[in-house]
Design a protein around this ligand. Structure first.
Ligand code: ADP
Length: 216
């Protein structure tokens, strides 16, 4: 589902963020991305998402070569293949939980975004919160709303950058258990960057970055 070949990234200031990274992730795998702060985790996720261009190497997602797409093709590809979950939830603060999801479906021209949003919110056990605004929710509920937003477009891959970074252990575990349920029930492939050693046990395997290189 994800294939990264000889990937490198040098930022304009000369920082070598990634050095010749090669790995692949099969469909439905649940993979951790770990390593100290500054080791290149976010950079790697951004390159796989096509949000930044590599200095060298290739990225393939679902059999498509991202590194040869232009911006429009990338945007279209992201919408139909990839979901993103971040440490900060980036919800629309003036809109309800339900609206935060339906807007995504409306922008994508879906026929009945409300029906889809309600189904997803039920799956996320947020049915009792649909009319709440983000500030009225716990951190875990806000993160589940952000995951719901990602699910509106039926992603095949979810890339997550420190998704439990702002949550306590119990809330963090619930998020990981939810991710695992999405893998089991929908076959979604996950690559999750985390500092949190507690979460290591959930992964099928862990990719370790140090100073821009893969250990193992
Ligand atoms: P992590 O997510 O593991 O903390 P990052 O991918 O954010 O690591 O950063 C890897 C390295 O690249 C660090 O040395 C960081 O300072 C540097 N870096 C990240 N983004 C930029 C940028 N836009 N410009 C220059 N250097 C950057």
């Amino acid at each position: 589902m994800i294939l990264v070949e000889n990937l490198s990234k040098v930022y304009p200031d000369g920082t070598k963020a990634l050095r010749n990274i090669t790995f692949s992730i099969a469909r439905g795998e649940f993979v951790g991305l770990m390593g100290p702060s500054g080791s290149g985790k976010s950079t790697l996720l951004h390159l796989i998402a096509g949000l930044e261009k590599p200095t060298g190497g290739e990225v393939f997602v679902n059999g498509k070569r991202l590194t040869s797409m232009d911006e429009d093709e990338l945007a279209e590809f992201r919408k139909s293949n990839m979901g993103f979950v971040f440490q900060f939830y980036y919800l629309l603060e003036d809109f309800s939980v339900l609206e935060n999801l339906t807007i995504v479906g409306e922008l994508a021209g879906q026929k009945d975004p409300k029906k889809k949003a309600l189904e997803i919110l039920e799956f996320l056990r947020l049915s009792h919160r649909i009319n709440h605004k983000p500030y009225q929710l716990s951190g875990g509920e806000q993160q589940r709303t952000a995951i719901g937003r990602a699910l509106m477009l039926n992603p095949k891959v979810i890339l997550a950058d420190e998704p439990t970074g702002n949550l306590d252990l119990e809330e963090g575990r619930r998020i990981f258990e939810l991710f695992l349920r999405l893998r089991e029930e929908r076959g979604i492939t996950f690559l999750i960057a985390t500092h949190n050693q507690e979460m290591k046990r959930y992964f099928d395997r862990v990719l370790r970055l140090r100073d821009g290189s893969l250990e193992n």
